[in-house]
Write a protein that binds this ligand. Structure first.
Ligand code: G3P
Ligand code: CA
Length: 289
């Protein structure tokens, strides 16, 4: 056998092994049983949400997992911003006064790059920009962090799942190491989560919300996580979710949001959740050990 064919065979075997034996047996979860802590929209209690400054803040706090929200501009660039319009977290109304209702999808990437996404939070963050997904992923990579990427409002952006996977692939985030241990793609839209799974079965996925237990077997075909609000969460629901196995053969995980005080963090940790998503991740980490 030629050296090139041997290399190809080994690569194929490694690829198959990666699918059968993902690097982390429990996806996002910490093997110690302590829930992982995720910095919601970055360290958004301390820096403007979904910005590179928020990623830096999470890193400075020693938080490994960062969550974000991805949407798409008029000219097809993926940007990291939560609301479907730009008013709350930027100065779009001032910079573009005639452009009501200031929807993300109605602005080009160059226009959004002009906006100040920091002053609303604090004058000390003046000049902070809305990052592109590419910039955001690079910053997460630079810090050696992990990414819980939310596809936000996918119904507004047909094909955003493929676009998102393309950026991740270009940035080297769809290799074995990243998909095994450092990346989860989530959405409130089951259709969007299913699409991500169908396009790239190796990528771990999460469905946001609290679907009825009877529907979980259907979701377990394409989602590795069920990620509900902590408000109405119970230990029974967490146990029910974890009793199913996801598309990669591991028990479904539960990451709950948005927990911003120590008492609530201890309560949901007692329910057995796999992860806690928080604007103040250091507070949660200190509370749950
Ligand atoms: O990751 C969970 C959480 O981010 C979902 O809600 O509105 O903050 O995107 P939202
Ligand atoms: Ca989110």
């Amino acid at each position: 056998m030629h050296a090139r064919s041997v290399t190809a065979s080994i690569t194929a075997l490694l690829g198959a092994a990666a699918l059968l034996f993902p690097m982390s047996p429990a996806g996002a979860a910490d093997t110690s049983g302590t829930p992982v802590v995720v910095a919601h929209r970055g360290g958004s209690g301390y820096a403007p949400e979904n910005t590179l400054a928020a990623v830096d803040r999470a890193a400075a706090l020693g938080i490994e997992w960062v969550e974000n929200d991805v949407q798409r501009t008029k000219d097809g660039t993926l940007v990291v911003v939560h609301d479907d319009d730009l008013r709350r977290t930027t100065d779009a109304e001032e910079v573009f006064p005639g452009r009501s209702p200031w929807k993300v999808k109605d602005f080009t990437a160059a226009e959004i790059a002009r906006l100040d996404a920091g002053s609303w939070f604090s004058p000390s963050f003046r000049g902070t920009r809305v990052p592109t997904l590419e910039q955001f992923v690079r910053r997460v990579e630079r810090h050696g962090q992990k990414l819980l990427l939310e596809i936000k409002n996918p119904e507004l952006y047909p094909g955003i799942e493929r676009d998102t996977l393309k950026v991740l692939a270009n940035e080297g985030w769809l290799d074995r190491q990243h998909v095994g241990d450092r990346l989860v793609v989530q959405s409130f839209s089951a259709a969007s989560v299913r699409t991500v799974h169908e396009l790239k079965p190796a990528v771990r996925t999460g469905l946001l919300g609290k679907p009825p237990v009877g529907d979980l077997p259907g979701y377990a075909a394409f989602a590795d996580q069920i990620n509900p609000s902590y408000a109405s969460l119970t230990s029974g629901y967490v146990a029910a979710v974890q009793s199913f196995r996801g598309p990669h053969g591991s028990p479904l995980e539960v990451l709950t949001w948005t927990v911003n005080d120590a008492a609530a963090a201890r309560r949901v940790a007692g329910y057995g959740v796999d992860g806690i998503i928080s604007n103040v991740p250091d507070v949660v980490r200190d509370a749950v050990g």
